[in-house]
Design a protein around this ligand. Structure first.
Ligand SMILES: [Zn+2]
Ligand SMILES: [Zn+2]
Length: 350
């Protein structure tokens, strides 16, 4: 197994308050180092690219800036003024791009969620990491911060004024499909009605998946196991387990784990995860439809992955400061955990 470089604990990181113990520092030099290794690593391994690590309203929080508090919110002020590629407190809607290098050495690009900020994420990170297209899309659920960028999928598809292109496969639950048929009828419609003009829209091939761990599916050659989780007691969202050599669970929207899901991702259950990517909305207290930091840390203690990265954060989180706290927690508890940040690239051997 190739050790994911970006998730390694280095002496330097341990002693630095501005870069994280998971090697996730965000100083200019770190970004340049990341970029410098990108070209060499791009062909060598698979990688996770965090396109977005923020909540639905994203960071900076607009309300926070148009109705500033006294004193003003440090995180949103910084988030607005420092360019995102040097700003760990700039957070778009949660989304992960899996750059999967298959056994033939080809790279397949699998995108999890296409939220409200998708176009911006393409501009920032597809250009930086030279991601030419997306081979398949997987949706966790049908909330706005997971699907409302679907219209913009056409920007990553070949141009055809007559829509004469191969569609991009989208894997989603029947529940999400029903909702999207109402939100985006023109993306679901397969034939033009009589007299209807051709208009260029994203071409998508909808594939229904079951909200059931026992019913895995294959997206662009990589196998995914659905992980149903409660996202509020009235709603099921999906996380996904993937990777044969390096087991990763991605769970972006969760307020409670059903027992069966917790079992398959737990060290004491079906086996220890190499990496758990987990929802954490606020720093304190609890929330009816999301984990906040206390619940996310409690979940880590039960699940005991080797490493964890948090996503879905609001402006309450100040990246460097809170990662310092998490480094101390990691040393106490023996589980490496850090906040992820937009643009983070983690090489992995899937
Ligand atoms: Zn703020
Ligand atoms: Zn949601």
């Amino acid at each position: 197994m190739q050790e994911p470089k970006a998730v390694g604990l280095s002496e330097n990181d341990k002693n630095s308050s501005s870069s994280s113990s998971l090697g996730l520092g965000y100083e200019k030099n770190d970004m340049e180092a990341t970029n410098g290794t990108t070209a060499a690593q791009a062909d060598a391994s698979s990688a996770l690219v965090f396109l977005g690590t923020g909540c639905s309203s994203a960071v900076p929080n607009a309300t926070c800036l148009i109705k500033p508090s006294d004193p003003p919110c440090h995180v949103c002020t910084q988030s607005l003024h420092i360019p995102p590629d040097r700003n760990p407190n700039y957070r778009s809607n949660t989304s992960l791009l899996i750059d999967y290098r298959n056994t033939e050495g080809e790279h397949k690009y699998i995108l999890i969620d296409v939220g409200k900020t998708f176009r911006e994420q393409v501009l920032r990170w597809f250009t930086l990491y030279k991601i030419p297209h997306v081979d398949s899309i997987i949706l966790t659920h049908e909330h706005a911060d997971a699907v409302l960028g679907l219209d913009d999928v056409r920007v990553i598809q070949p141009f055809s004024p007559t829509n004469d292109i191969d569609p991009t496969t989208v894997f989603l639950s029947q529940h999400s499909m029903d909702s999207l048929a109402e939100k985006f009828p023109y993306l679901v419609q397969t034939k033009l009605k009589e007299g209807q003009e051709v208009r260029r829209v994203a071409q998508l091939d909808w594939q229904i998946i079951e909200r059931d761990y026992e019913k895995p599916f294959v997206a662009s050659g990589l196998k995914f196991y659905p992980l149903p989780v409660m996202h509020g007691e009235d709603y099921i969202s999906l996380g996904f387990l993937f990777g044969e050599k390096y087991r990763i669970a991605y769970i972006s929207d969760v307020s409670r784990f059903p027992e069966s899901t917790e079992h398959v991702i737990s060290k004491d259950g079906a086996g220890q995860l190499d990496l758990l990517i987990l929802d954490t909305l606020y720093k304190k207290g609890s929330h009816n439809v999301h984990f906040c930091l206390p619940q996310s840390l409690e979940a880590l203690k039960r699940i005991r992955p080797k490493k964890a990265l948090f996503i879905g954060m609001t402006h309450e989180f100040d990246h460097d400061k809170d990662n310092k706290f998490l480094r101390e927690w990691s040393e106490r508890e023996g589980i490496e955990v850090q906040l992820a940040r937009d643009g983070l690239r983690v090489p992995v051997d899937l």
